[in-house]
Design a protein around this ligand. Structure first.
Ligand SMILES: Nc1ncnc2c1ncn2[C@@H]1O[C@H](COP(=O)(O)OP(=O)(O)OP(=O)(O)O)[C@@H](O)[C@H]1O
Length: 236
C-alpha cells in the first residue's frame, strides 16, 4: 500500500453516466479525490454537480463506469456485489437527509440493525446500540419510536446507527438540510464528536454553509469534477 496507508479513499479519473443515447447524463467527468484517515471532509457544490453520485460510488452503493476508486484498501471495481455488500455492511456507516429510520422500531432497535445484519446476537446488539445512543446524547430515551422524537433527535439516532458497528468510513448525504440552524449545528457537533477518530474518515455532502466550520477540508465540485480542495475552519 505504501504511501496510500493514510488514505481511507482514493479516487482517480472517476467517470459515471446515467442512461444512454440522447438521454445520457454524465454525472462524474473524471473525479480525483483523496480522503485521509482521521479527517472530516465535506463535499460541496451546486445542485446536480454529482455529489450524491460520488458518495454513492465511494459507499459501494453504485458502480463507476471507469476510473479508480479505492476504499479502505479495496479496489471497488474488482469486487463483486457480495463483496461490496460485505464491505458496506461491515465497514461503512451511512447518514441520510431523511434519517431513514424504521417507524415501527424503537430508537435502540433501529440502531441495533447493522449489528443484527452482521450476525451479532440480539442481546449484545441491543447493549451496544444503547451505548451508541448514549454517545449521541439520547441515553434517557432509548425505547421511544422515531415519531416521538424531534428531527434533530431522529438524526442523532441515525448517527448512532451509522456508528454502532464501528465503521472505518462514514458517508453522510445532506445530514442537516431538514433541520433548522441550531439543530443542524448541534447534530454536526454530535457527528464530529462521536464519529471522528484517528483511523476513521467522514465524508459529508452538504449545501449548508452553516456547518462548514466542522470540516477539516472542503472539496468543491462543479459539473462532475472536483475543482478545488480547501482547508475547512476546523483546520485553521
Ligand atoms: N438515477 C439517475 N438517473 C438519471 N440521471 C441521474 C440519476 N441520478 C442522478 N442523475 C443526474 O446526474 C447528475 C448528478 O446528480 P447528483 O444527484 O449526483 O448531483 P448532486 O450534486 O448530488 O445534486 P443535489 O445537490 O441536487 O442532490 C444530475 O444531472 C442528475 O440529474
Amino acid at each position: 500500500m505504501g504511501s496510500n496507508n493514510s488514505l481511507a479513499v482514493r479516487c482517480r479519473s472517476l467517470v459515471k453516466s446515467y442512461g444512454s443515447g440522447d438521454a445520457k447524463v454524465t454525472a462524474l467527468r473524471g473525479v480525483d479525490l483523496d480522503v485521509r484517515e482521521g479527517e472530516l471532509l465535506m463535499v460541496v457544490g451546486p445542485s446536480g454537480c454529482g455529489k450524491t453520485t460520488l458518495i454513492s460510488i465511494i459507499g459501494a452503493i453504485l458502480s463507476q463506469d471507469s476510473g479508480e476508486c479505492i476504499v479502505l484498501g479495496h479496489d471497488l471495481q474488482r469486487m463483486n456485489e457480495t463483496e461490496r455488500a460485505t464491505l458496506r455492511g461491515g465497514q461503512i456507516g451511512f447518514v441520510f437527509q431523511m434519517f431513514n429510520l424504521l417507524p415501527s422500531l424503537s430508537a435502540v432497535e433501529n440502531v441495533a440493525i447493522p449489528l443484527l445484519i452482521n450476525g451479532t446476537p440480539q442481546k449484545m446488539a441491543e447493549s451496544r446500540a444503547r451505548e451508541a445512543i448514549e454517545a449521541v446524547g439520547l441515553g434517557s430515551r432509548p425505547n421511544v419510536l422515531p415519531s416521538e422524537l424531534s428531527g434533530g433527535q431522529q438524526q442523532r439516532v441515525a448517527i448512532a446507527r451509522a456508528l454502532v458497528h464501528d465503521p472505518k468510513l462514514i458517508v453522510c448525504d445532506e445530514p442537516t438540510s431538514n433541520l433548522d440552524h441550531d439543530t443542524g449545528v448541534a447534530v454536526m457537533d454530535v457527528l464530529r464528536g462521536a464519529g471522528k477518530k484517528h483511523d476513521r474518515a467522514l465524508i459529508v455532502v452538504t449545501h449548508d454553509p452553516r456547518i462548514f466550520q466542522f470540516a477539516d477540508r472542503i472539496a468543491h465540485m462543479d459539473d462532475g469534477k472536483i475543482i478545488e480542495v480547501t482547508n475547512g475552519a476546523s483546520a485553521l
